[in-house]
Design a protein around this ligand. Structure first.
Ligand code: ATP
Length: 101
């Protein structure tokens, strides 16, 4: 099965469990799902990734909901000599709910 290829473009924000980047993807189709060419990538150090792994499990349970950001997969990358745990997420281009309140 083809690996989903991505490249970080810019930083979107910082949460309690990780930093969020905007990333561009090169595969338009992944596991039968047509992807936008932009995704969000939530990353943290692999050695400190328990909370992000728990977030991944919750997103996995809710992945069919139209009200919850979809995840595409989790993976590990090696960047600047650090192993990072990454959640590959649907990019919410409209900003957060907090921005709108
Ligand atoms: N899927 C996404 N698409 C676009 N921007 C996102 C996405 N996920 C997160 N962001 C941006 O990154 C910021 C940090 O997101 P994250 O989910 O890590 O933390 P949070 O939910 O804002 O805070 P906390 O983790 O403390 O509850 C958000 O405020 C938002 O600006």
């Amino acid at each position: 099965m083809a690996e989903l290829l991505w490249k970080r473009v810019t930083t979107l924000g910082q949460g309690s469990f990780g930093a969020v980047s905007l990333a561009s993807t090169s595969n338009a189709l992944f596991r039968g799902v047509t992807l936008s060419s932009l995704i969000a990538l939530k990353s943290c150090n692999l050695s400190d990734s328990q909370s992000l792994k728990e977030e991944f499990e919750i997103l996995r349970m809710l992945n069919n909901s139209p009200y919850i950001i979809h995840y595409f997969r989790a993976n590990i990358s090696f960047e600047d000599n650090v192993n990072l745990y990454n959640l590959l997420l649907e990019y919410a281009s409209g900003g957060s709910l907090a921005d709108r309140l």
